[in-house]
Design a protein around this ligand. Structure first.
Ligand SMILES: C[S@@+](CC[C@H](N)C(=O)[O-])C[C@H]1O[C@@H](n2cnc3c(N)ncnc32)[C@H](O)[C@@H]1O
Length: 205
């Protein structure tokens, strides 16, 4: 991992410096798209430092996965007060994990631009095949025509697979998912300088 990636992945930099640089981060729109309630089993892939804890009310079960052990350690400590049904673990989510967890709602907040087309397709297709999944929400850095400042933030993002809107649409369609809702939102409604693409996805393209 490069020094640049290491610095941006530091929990303090991620949670405090990055929001300051982009004018604030508010992921409420993505969590509204997820629409999780108390009976839902939520799978959060690329959960990072546990940002979901800031937005999710109580749910039946929450499973957060990330490949970064430092982020998972931070999230696990932050989740103590939420109870035993909030779990964080280091790992990659494959088809078997999806079947075992049997989620009803899946959050991919800031994940797809970290995954190659092949990696993203494998994950999205296994979610599309899993009958328990009612809704998948995604939020990603995106290249937008004429949005020079936001595009510059996208260029310097840790994720190496930032796409245009069409690129993300093609990916989810290839996985057999339908876009139920699509929005471009500022990273923060008031002063956000970066713009993100939000999808609410359901089975059946
Ligand atoms: C932009 S961060 C988003 C973190 C969190 N969801 C949030 O919104 O604050 C992307 C996260 O995805 C993780 N990640 C990248 N590739 C992954 C993979 N294949 N499986 C699980 N997590 C992954 C990174 O370690 C990083 O923590």
């Amino acid at each position: 991992m490069s020094l640049y990636q290491l610095i941006l992945g530091n929990p303090f930099v991620y949670n405090h410096v990055r929001p300051f640089v982009v004018g604030g981060v508010d992921n409420s729109t993505a969590y509204r798209a997820l629409d999780a309630g108390k009976d839902d089993v939520v799978l959060d892939v690329g959960c990072g430092t546990g940002d979901a804890l800031n937005y999710l009310g109580d749910v039946a079960r929450y499973e957060g996965f990330d490949t970064d052990p430092v982020a998972i350690d931070f999230a696990t400590r932050a989740a103590k007060a939420r109870g035993d049904h909030f779990h964080f673990q280091v790992g990659i989510v494959d088809e078997k994990a999806v079947e075992t967890i049997a989620p009803t709602r899946v959050m991919l907040c800031g994940l797809l631009h970290h995954l190659s087309d092949d990696q993203a397709l494998a994950l999205l297709s296994s979610l599309a095949r899993q009958k328990s999944v009612k809704r998948i929400a995604t939020s990603d850095v995106v290249y937008l025509p004429g949005k020079h400042l936001s595009n510059a933030f996208a260029f310097f993002d840790r994720g190496k697979f930032v796409r245009r809107v069409d690129g993300y649409r093609r990916l989810v369609a290839r996985a057999g998912l339908r876009v139920a809702e699509e929005k471009i939102v500022k990273s923060h409604p008031k002063n956000g300088r970066a713009e993100y693409l939000i999808f609410a996805l359901e089975a059946g393209a």
